[in-house]
Design a protein around this ligand. Structure first.
Ligand SMILES: Nc1ncnc2c1ncn2[C@@H]1O[C@H](COP(=O)(O)OP(=O)(O)O)[C@@H](O)[C@H]1O
Ligand SMILES: [Mg+2]
Length: 233
């Protein structure tokens, strides 16, 4: 469904990602882990057309999307939740969802109902400003907004960051439910163990490059991955 072929990208002259390849098959949940600053967010931004691509190409649903703008990617069914600043704090929950639906032609109410089905906690808060929601609710709103366009694939950058363990568990089950409804997922996570536990496959990045890849199960059992990224069980 998504294929990155030897991509090299950055923001200025420096390359942050070098020669990185990755693929996601339809229906999968794939997680990318790696230390802080290794380029995980840059990888997500590169897929979504937000960096300077210097080499390689990106294919989505069999077509080349290298260099396309976010609005063009959204029209093709790719949706992205950034790591930070992913809701408009001064706008209400409803307005945040409506903004997400700007690219949609009709059917907005239906899509909002579906988001509220996934995240019922938002239903009572539709007229509340997003900035006054709890961290967990803001995250749900950010993911909900990305779901408004009826995407076939979601890019999630550290969805569980700064959430309590309980809310984190809830969010991961919601991600699984979104996947079961037919949305393919590529996510970046610091909570490597929890994320790999719901993933089909995983990639380990180091300094802008692929270090390891494999079935999520085998990464969870890999002693080196355990030592470096998973901590003690
Ligand atoms: N907008 C930006 N402009 C220039 N450099 C950036 C920008 N965003 C991130 N970087 C740099 O890119 C590198 C990788 O950052 P990032 O992709 O955010 O890593 P990660 O998400 O793995 O923590 C870091 O050295 C960071 O300083
Ligand atoms: Mg990041």
């Amino acid at each position: 469904m998504l294929s990155l072929e030897s991509i090299t990208a950055g923001y200025t002259d420096e390359n942050i990602i070098t020669d990185l390849s990755l693929r996601v098959e339809e229906g999968e949940i794939v997680t990318v882990i790696g230390p802080n600053g290794c380029g995980k967010s840059t990888l997500m931004k590169s897929i979504f057309g937000l960096t300077r691509m210097r080499g390689g190409r990106i294919l989505f649903l069999g077509q080349e999307i290298t260099g396309l703008r976010p609005d063009q990617l959204v029209k093709r069914g790719l949706s992205y939740v950034p790591q930070e600043k992913n809701v408009f704090a001064a706008l209400t929950v409803r307005e945040n969802l409506e903004i997400g639906a700007i690219a949609l032609k009709g059917g907005i109410d239906e899509r909002i109902s579906l988001v509220l089905e996934l995240f019922p906690a938002l239903a009572d808060r539709m007229d509340q400003r997003a900035g006054t929601l709890s961290g967990g609710e803001q995250k749900m709103l950010a993911v909900g907004r990305a779901m408004i366009i009826n995407p076939s694939m979601l890019l999630l950058d550290e969805p569980s960051a700064a959430l309590s363990p309980k809310i984190m568990g809830q969010l991961f089950s919601e991600i699984q439910e979104i996947n079961e409804r037919g949305v393919t997922i590529l996510m970046v996570e610091q909570n490597a163990r929890r994320a790999l536990a719901i993933s089909d496959r995983g990639y380990v990045m180091e300094m802008g490059k692929n270090r390891l890849e494999g079935p999520a199960r085998s990464l969870l059992d890999n002693p080196e991955v355990c030592r470096l990224y998973l901590g003690r069980k």
